[in-house]
Write a protein that binds this ligand. Structure first.
Ligand code: 3PG
Length: 210
């Protein structure tokens, strides 16, 4: 069910973003992240052969990992991503057709928002969580202020989040952070070190509910 996928996709309070120059780099980055213990990641559709990468990862990892599609800009891309096996859809913007398409096939959609008005619109459209993008232009204090008025909004800050800043966003009320370059740059060993440091920092800052 949609709510179960949402829950699993955001359970670690981080989902990784793989935006690569090639299919090979994308699948290598995804393997490194999954090997390091990340359970949820999106392959951005700007990546060449992104749909093939999604299908391959789905086939290889089964239901152990939650593989989604990112940078889903319109309904046709949403449908292609669903057919490729994406289990959630992420977008930098708010297109009702993307939300409808994901929901028609029972998968959650996290559209991009960047203001309280857009957050309200996304909630009205039934978005499963709201990607605050690009979060680098805001800060945890901004999120805390907005959530005072909209505590019902499940927010996913994304763009420019670092291992150091992620716990501050979670402490400010974010449900999870979307993280790309801060996790994926470097060799396999570096990725493993960053991921384990991140998961530890998140746990220290805001222990997961029992
Ligand atoms: C992206 O656009 O690739 C995501 O927002 C991730 O951004 P980041 O690499 O700054 O985490």
């Amino acid at each position: 069910y949609r709510w179960e996928i949402t829950r699993s996709a955001l359970e670690q309070r981080v989902f990784a973003i793989v935006r690569a120059e090639s299919y090979e780099k994308a699948t290598a980055a995804a393997d490194a992240l999954l090997g390091a213990g990340i359970t949820s990641l999106e392959i951005s559709l700007t990546t060449p052969f992104a749909l093939e990468a999604i299908s391959t990862l789905r086939r290889e990892t089964g239901d152990d990992s939650i593989i989604g599609a990112g940078t889903v800009l319109d309904a046709p891309s949403a449908r292609l991503a669903v057919d490729a096996g994406a289990r959630f859809l992420v977008s930098p913007g708010l297109d009702p057709e993307v939300i409808r398409t994901g929901h028609r096939y029972g998968i959650p959609v996290f559209p991009g928002v960047a203001s309280p008005t857009e957050m309200l619109r996304a909630l009205e459209l039934g978005a499963d969580a709201l990607k605050l993008f690009p979060a680098s232009g805001y800060g945890p204090g901004w999120l805390r202020d907005v959530r005072a008025a909209l505590p019902q909004a499940p927010v996913l800050p994304t763009g420019g989040i670092t291992v150091e800043s992620a716990p501050d966003w979670i402490a400010a009320g974010a449900v999870a952070c979307g993280m790309g370059s801060a996790l994926t740059e470097g060799d396999r060993e570096t990725v493993a070190k960053r991921v384990s440091e991140l998961l530890q920092r998140l746990e220290d800052a805001v222990p997961a509910a029992a």
